[in-house]
Design a protein around this ligand. Structure first.
Ligand code: RB5
Length: 149
């Protein structure tokens, strides 16, 4: 799977290990920065990553900042992006299965590398249920985005 990965300076220390892990699992990774530990602004990288999902270049995204929260707020401003900030494996799996989340966010200051990789694995190995109430509810999310709800 082709996965876009973005981070800010507060996610910079963990991102190379996440990328290496993704590649070990056979995924292709498109990095959209940041590319140094200098202080920067998370919406820039959230936006760059979301564009790569919305234009079809990448199927899913991973965004890392200090808490994961800024990245998830920025990503969720985009029509068609469902970003979930997770710090437990159960949520990382369920947000794919129930919410059809297409972006996983987490915080380098919140989770350690071991948990980060487990979050990634849970997120990427789960599949959206795509039926019943889950389909209805995700459809409602799209209607909210389009102003037709
Ligand atoms: C950067 O200091 C920090 O605010 C940012 O990485 C993120 O945690 C914001 O939500």
């Amino acid at each position: 799977m082709k996965i876009v990965l973005g981070c800010d300076h507060a996610g910079f220390n963990i991102k190379d290990a996440v990328i290496a892990h993704l590649k070990e699992q056979g995924h292709e990774v498109l990095e959209v920065g940041t590319f140094s530990s200098d202080s920067c602004h998370y919406p820039v990288f959230a936006h760059a990553a979301c564009e790569k999902i919305l234009d079809g270049t990448c199927r899913l995204g991973i965004l890392i900042c200090g808490t994961g929260i800024g990245m998830s707020i920025a990503a969720n401003k985009h029509d068609g992006i469902r970003a979930a900030c997770c710090s437990d494996v159960f949520s990382a799996r369920l947000t794919r299965e129930h919410n059809d989340a297409n972006v996983l966010c987490f915080g380098e200051r919140v989770v350690g590398l071991g948990l980060a990789l487990d979050l990634v694995d849970a997120f990427l190995s789960a599949e959206y249920a795509n039926e019943g109430n889950h389909l209805t509810r995700v459809g409602m999310l799209s209607e909210i985005e389009k102003g037709t709800f």
